[in-house]
Design a protein around this ligand. Structure first.
Ligand code: RNT
Ligand code: ZN
Length: 424
């Protein structure tokens, strides 16, 4: 499926699109440049189905699940880095890479999760520096023998303290990333704690979680090296009735303690959207971390696509000029398709959303709104949907030196043959 026969025809299409956008006061050249400059944190865990390097067979517990057995998942750090590098060559714009604690590389030594240190991420940091790909981080409160019955909210002080030390270790490692890359690493705390059926005590676990978070975040670290975020969720598999870290819990926590709130697109009621929450959250917290994801019935983690909601979230960020307070990250995992394609589709969809948001003549919409001419606002919004966006997107890909249209599928098929299918 080739969108153009020659580069000249792409340029021609772009020239016409440029004129259409100029008519509503938008400079497409500028928008392309700005869109390429927005950093997007790519989730490393799509590359190995959230398995990690601790010898696990796959993800266990935690209320999340990677389904499918498409061949070729990355089995170690070298494979994961190689796959990511290849995917990055197909994805336009600035990228970061988002790791979890269980991607530590400890050689043959088993080191418990509460004893991990920055040195166990030396390979990642060296790679990050060499490739100029900044890292972000997450403590891993799942796929572990002590995570079966609550982590930071556990009533068992031994278990709770283990995870507390894990949380502190994670912040120290994130801070080391930040020092290494010269800019803060986002450290996002998400825990799976909850209950399958109606709990009798909803209060106790939340109290313990609050106190545990207080202890973890009390460790002073240079804000130039780390940005703290907390992530809420409505329900997970096995925690259908109750999740300790709910939206109200973390919204309150983030506002009171001035940490960023992570809004994951898949963590709310199916008709509830995060695009409407951003403007409220920004009033009371230092900022937000967005997990671009896709909820589908019971699952919160399908591969991101260029959906109405992804586009609306992007528009909200730029309408509010809030990019300096919002971190953009991807969060999905699908083991039933080629994982490099999953990264490519998901990350390209977000970059498209960013570009489209930057092409919006927001001023015109706001003017109509202020004048009480909401029918004009709606008419303009409708018209913009069929503007020649594709030509601007294709030009962005051309500028970034990545394949245009679905031209990236052929190199992915080749990589399968030469590399992925040789793994087992
Ligand atoms: C789970 C959360 C969390 C995880 C990743 C792997 O529901 O969304 O962000 O998906 O940390
Ligand atoms: Zn998430």
């Amino acid at each position: 499926m080739k969108p153009y026969q020659t580069t000249e025809s792409l340029e021609q299409a772009y020239g016409l699109a440029k004129e259409v956008y100029a008519n509503v006061g938008i400079n497409t050249d500028k928008a392309i440049k700005a869109a390429l400059n927005v950093p997007v944190s790519v989730n490393c865990w799509q590359g190995d189905d959230v398995t990690g390097f601790e010898g696990a067979q796959g993800i266990t517990g935690g209320g999340i699940l990677a389904t499918g057995n498409y061949p070729g998942r990355a089995r170690n750090g070298d494979e994961l880095r190689a796959d990511a590098e290849f995917a990055f060559s197909l994805i336009p714009g600035k990228k970061r890479f988002n790791l979890h604690m269980f991607y530590a590389e400890t050689g043959n030594k088993k080191i418990e999760r509460d004893e991990l240190e920055p040195e166990h991420f030396q390979k990642w940091m060296t790679w990050s520096k060499k490739k100029k790909i900044p890292l972000d981080f997450n403590p891993s409160f799942f796929s572990h023998s002590l995570a079966g019955n609550g982590t930071l909210s556990s009533a068992d002080p031994k278990i709770r303290k283990f995870w507390l030390r894990h949380g502190i270790a994670s912040r120290r490692i994130a801070s080391a990333f930040g020092a290494n890359q010269g800019s803060p690493a986002v450290n996002d705390i998400w825990i799976p704690d909850g209950s399958k059926d109606l709990p009798a005590d909803r209060h106790g676990p939340r109290l313990r979680l609050r106190d545990a978070l207080d202890e973890i975040l009390a460790v002073p670290l240079d804000p130039k090296t780390i940005t703290d975020a907390v992530e809420c969720k409505l329900f997970g598999i096995g925690s259908e009735a109750y999740v300790v870290g709910s939206h109200e819990f973390y919204l309150g926590y983030a506002a009171k303690n001035q940490v960023k709130l992570c809004l994951d697109m898949g963590h709310f009621h199916p008709t509830e959207v995060i695009s409407d929450k951003i403007s409220a959250v920004l009033l009371f917290t230092p900022g937000a971390l967005i997990h671009f994801s896709r909820g589908l019935r019971w699952d919160s983690d399908h591969v991101s696509i260029y959906s109405d909601e992804l586009r609306e979230v992007c528009r909200e960020i730029f309408r509010q000029n809030a990019l300096d307070r919002i971190d953009l990250a991807l969060d999905f995992f699908d083991a039933s398709i080629n994982r490099i394609a999953a990264w490519t589709i998901g990350t390209r969809s977000l970059r498209k959303g960013i570009l489209e948001a930057l092409l919006e003549p927001t001023k015109l919409l706001v003017e109509a709104e202020k004048a009480g001419r909401n029918h004009e606002r709606l008419a303009l919004m409708e018209e913009l949907k069929t503007f020649p966006f594709a030509a601007v997107w294709d030009k962005l890909c051309l500028e970034a030196g990545v394949p245009v249209g679905t031209d990236w599928l052929a190199p992915v098929a080749e990589y399968e043959k030469t590399t992925l299918f040789k793994r087992n």
